[in-house]
Write a protein that binds this ligand. Structure first.
Ligand SMILES: N[C@@H](CCC(=O)N[C@@H](CS)C(=O)NCC(=O)O)C(=O)O
Length: 219
């Protein structure tokens, strides 16, 4: 069996998956997608499945050449954690911790990510310095929520690294890298330390953020 990950280096959803690949010690090939041009394989898959081409997407290629495709980052990570050794990053289903993890995943998708988009790009991708003040304030409220959780806790759930941390940290990294670190983390020391503890490791810099040549678009 072989794994092929269609990915885009800076995409936070893809970073989630590459973190999990590293943590589980899973070898994989990367197809570095030319974002919005896309490879022919991804275009054809999307067309066949009535979906938009998007990354990340994991192809699981069996010995006989048959393929299973998983397109969503959280689903890919649940698959990887469940199918490689013992489950380490997902609390047992039915527990309060599992529920908390799901709540953070939904919060990241519904509350944090849309706010980062507004902060980074503006409404309808029109950056407006006036509105940016309100967007920054709203994003600070989201980060404050993380700060409160991380005050007295080392991780978001269960005092250990779970899928929740793996899902959210790439988005905090994205905030840190927007407009050369304009977002002020002084009031959010726990969030900053929690993020940096992961993204400043050698494995993160060298494996997760490894540069791959862009796959030729349309091929
Ligand atoms: N819910 C998806 C979101 C993936 C996603 O939005 N990826 C972005 C790249 S960061 C993308 O492919 N955008 C292209 C598009 O939506 O057209 C996941 O968790 O995997």
């Amino acid at each position: 069996m072989k794994y092929i990950l269609h990915s885009y280096r800076r995409c936070p959803f893809c970073i989630r998956v590459r973190i999990m690949m590293h943590l589980k010690g899973v070898p994989y090939e990367v197809v570095e997608e030319p974002l919005r041009a896309w490879t022919k394989w991804l275009q054809e898959w999307a067309e066949k499945n009535g979906e938009r081409p998007r990354v990340p997407l994991l192809r699981i290629v069996a010995e006989d050449g048959s393929e299973t495709v998983i397109p969503e980052s959280d689903d890919i990570n649940i698959f990887l954690d469940t199918h490689h050794g013992s489950r380490e990053y997902i609390p047992d289903e039915g527990t309060g911790e599992y529920q908390e993890m799901q709540t953070w995943l939904a919060w990241c998708a519904d509350e944090l990510k849309p706010m980062i988009d507004l902060y980074k790009y503006g409404e309808q991708l029109q950056f407006d310095p006036e509105k940016h003040i309100a967007h920054t304030a709203a994003l600070r409220q989201r980060v404050e929520k993380l700060e409160l959780q991380l005050t007295g806790h080392s991780f978001l759930v269960d005092e250990r690294l779970t899928l929740a941390d793996i899902a959210v940290i790439p988005f905090i990294r994205q905030i840190m890298r927007t407009r050369e670190g304009e977002f002020d983390f002084t009031d959010f020391p726990k969030v900053e330390a929690w993020t940096r503890a992961l993204i400043e490791t050698e494995w993160f810099k060298e494996e997760v953020m490894k540069k791959y040549p862009l796959a030729p678009e349309g091929e």
